[in-house]
Design a protein around this ligand. Structure first.
Ligand SMILES: Cc1cc2nc3c(=O)[nH]c(=O)nc-3n(C[C@H](O)[C@H](O)[C@H](O)COP(=O)(O)OP(=O)(O)OC[C@H]3O[C@@H](n4cnc5c(N)ncnc54)[C@H](O)[C@@H]3O)c2cc1C
Length: 291
């Protein structure tokens, strides 16, 4: 059977003849989180007639795509964010940047419903030393453009660790990835995994697989590999373990008895295509009367 083409950022591409915009509706909706999930939900709800206010804690919309766009070969994510910003403005969505939405913000706004697209926070391995000053999250390592990194060890060789290594090859003296699994980038998409692994190989990024980190101190990390403990010297340690759902607001809303639903990566780990497509589907079938 011939499969229709699909597009990560345009959920109806390939399905134009079978998909239509959900019924017109009305209601006052708060969307929290201006990453791709929150932007797509806001866009589709506004097209259907809802009055939408989009809250974003950072100074600009885009969420993790603003970080992803700095990785070699990922610059086009920035164009997507610019396009969405234009669309959201055209649809008269109230955009509140620099605003951390809390349950109080939501309650004061008199919204009929809240959609939480709050994304993830960086994960950290449960070992001593993660709080030290030379240890930083992958998100910060990329977004803050840290200098003078010296020899770097990245803890975590999934999609985030591999992308971080790609970015840091031009900033660090050396980059090494430590991964507990038996392969690198197992959560990378099949169309990009081979390109990224080829890039890392060409840049001589060394990788330690089947290796558990047991401790971090100021000049080295201790790892357990092949039933022995080893040391790896490093000036900078980057944490790139699996991100965790950012669910604080959800707990606050629950406590206050306010109605909400989750979309995007706060709901479960997923790639960008699934983030945008599931946000579209949610917003296109959303009915206030069924909440
Ligand atoms: C370096 C890197 C490279 C990547 N490369 C790829 C790739 O090649 N392919 C791919 O499929 N995916 C990639 N990703 C993953 C992709 O960026 C994420 O899947 C996607 O951004 C998740 O979207 P989201 O909207 O669910 O969450 P996010 O993008 O995390 O957005 C959540 C937003 O909510 C805001 N927020 C949270 N709480 C509040 C609050 N209380 N009030 C106001 N605002 C709040 C945050 O500030 C954030 O802007 C990459 C990620 C990184 C970090």
């Amino acid at each position: 059977m011939v499969e229709p083409v699909i597009c990560a950022i345009n959920p109806i591409a390939g399905y134009e003849s079978t998909t239509s915009l959900g019924a017109s509706s009305s209601g006052k909706i708060a969307v929290v989180g201006g990453g791709p999930a929150g932007m797509e939900v806001s866009r589709v709800l506004a097209m259907r007639g809802f009055s939408v206010t989009l809250f974003e804690e950072q100074h600009r919309l885009g969420g993790l795509l603003n970080i992803a766009a700095k990785i070699p070969g990922r610059g086009e994510f920035a164009a997507y964010v610019s396009y969405m910003l234009r669309e959201l403005k055209r649809l008269n969505i109230q955009i509140r940047i620099d605003t951390l939405a809390t349950a109080d913000t939501i309650a004061a706004g008199g919204f009929d419903f809240t959609i939480c697209a709050t994304g993830t926070v960086a994960g950290a391995p449960p070992v001593d030393g993660v709080e030290m000053s030379h240890v930083t999250s992958a998100y910060d390592a990329i977004s803050l453009g840290l200098q003078d990194l010296g020899d770097v060890v990245i803890i975590g060789g999934g999609a985030l660790g591999c992308c971080t290594a790609m970015y840091l090859t031009s900033q660090a003296d050396s980059v090494q990835i430590v991964e507990a699994d038996e392969a690198l980038g197992v959560d990378l998409g099949r169309t990009t995994r081979w390109v990224i692994l080829k890039f890392l190989k060409a840049k001589n990024i060394s990788t330690q697989l089947l290796t558990e980190v047991v401790n971090i101190d100021s000049k080295k990390i201790t790892v357990y590999q092949d039933e022995k403990f080893h040391h790896i010297n490093a000036k900078t340690i980057i944490l790139a373990t699996r991100p965790q759902p950012r669910d604080r607001l959800l707990r606050q809303l629950e406590k206050k008895g306010l109605k909400f639903e989750k979309v995007g990566s706060v709901k479960r780990s997923m790639n960008l295509l699934d983030v945008i497509h599931s946000a579209y589907e949610f917003a296109n079938s959303f009915e206030l009367s069924q909440t």
